[in-house]
Structure formats: structure tokens, C-alpha cells
Design a protein around this ligand. Sequence first.
Ligand code: PEP
Length: 253
Amino acid sequence: MRKKIVAGNWKMNKTLEEANVLASEVKGMVEAEVKGNAIVILCTPSLFLLPVKNIVGNNTRIFVGAQNCSEHESGAYTGEISAAMLKSIGVPYVILGHSERRQYFGEDGALLAKKVDTVLKHSLTPIFCCGEPLEVRESNGHEALVKKQVEESLFHLDSSAVQKVVIAYEPVWAIGTGKTASAQQAQDMHAVIRKHLASKYGQDVADSISIIYGGSVSAANAKELFACPDVDGGLVGGASLKSRDFTEIAKSI
Ligand code: PEP
């Protein structure tokens, strides 16, 4: 059965002290209040991965995740962080291809395919983001674009590798805007992605891959989104910065 996941993307927010407080609060609340077998991932700025991991401890349901990593193994890439480094401090998850990375740092499908390979090579789990900008949705090109994004960066993988990937569908127009995709829009796109995976890898493989939704997920809308059959959880930006809001979202799964 595929995993249910609620991941918080802290982006470039918090100081060390604030990160410690947030992580401690989330840990306490999640342990006390979140039932079921969903896992919770805190995707912190790289600098805070280790301290937050130390707070979370060897928890079986709360993990840390990076927000990006280099496609290169090591070497003269000033400012970059490698998959091996993440592995060495016990980080199991890495967000790849967030729309902000695509937009501000020019990351494209081919580069992301390399990053996916590097991350998998080090036995980390990529949380691969895809999603369409507003103008593409308005011109009805969203399904074709998202299928292309998945093809470009994931379809070179074999069945066993692709099952190790988590996919996050994040319509760009819903990220940080307060404008969420409706549950129906999310379900429709998740079903399209799963069908596309099935066309390449077969239904069993497609059914084993977690596809989570991101884009203004909140305590108010999480339950309805997570109730959709093909929505396996959420990638949460703004609301992950407040322990109470994030815990309420995690409780909705
Ligand atoms: C995100 O950054 O991945 C995200 C979904 O942000 P928000 O929840 O703030 O829309």
C-alpha cells in the first residue's frame, strides 16, 4: 500500500532558534495527536537539517527532508549540497524540481532527471514536483504539460526505481496564493498522472507510487483534498511554518 505523506516545505524561513522551536512543537503535537500511519516530513533549509533531525530523533513517522540537492557527486560547485552529504547526516527525503527552483534557478526536466538519478543512487527518496502555471491551465494545456514534466524527469527510470519516487503535483497558480485547486481539480490531475505512470510501468507500479498535492493546503481544506482517492497527502508551504496549522493538516489524513 502506498504511503500517506504530509510534508512541510519551510522554504527560506526561520532562524536556528525559530527552527528548533517549530520542530519541537511539531514533534510534540504530531506524536500526541496524529493517529494512523501517515508520515510527516519537515523540509527545512539545509543549515537546519541536522539540528532539526536531532530534535526529531530516530522517529518512525517524523523525518527531515532537504529542499534541493546537486546533480553532481562532489567537487567544485560552490554553494551546493550533495546527496552524499545529505545521506551522511541521515536525511532520507529531498524535494526536487519545486516550481520556485524551476522558475528562479532555471531547473529543467533534463537537469531534474539527473538530480533524480543522483538522489536515488544514494538511496534517498526524491519528492519530485510538477505542476502548471496559470496561463497553461487557462489554455487547457495542464494535463499535457504535467505529463511531459513526469516523462522528462522520471520515465528513464526502471520500474523498481520509479516506485521509490514520491510525486508532488503543485499547480503553480496555487502555490503561496491562497488559491487552492478544488478537490476535483486535484483528483483529476492525480488520476491523469497515475494513468500516465500506468501506461509506462503498469497499474501495479502506478498504484504503489504516492502522489501528494501542494498549493495553499490549509487546515480548512486538507480533509477534502486528502479524501480524494488519488491524493496521498500534501506538500505544505506557508501553513507548515505554524506548528498548530501544520499538525491540523497532518491530522486530516
Ligand atoms: C509549496 O511551496 O510547495 C507550497 C505548496 O506552498 P503553499 O502551501 O504556501 O502554497
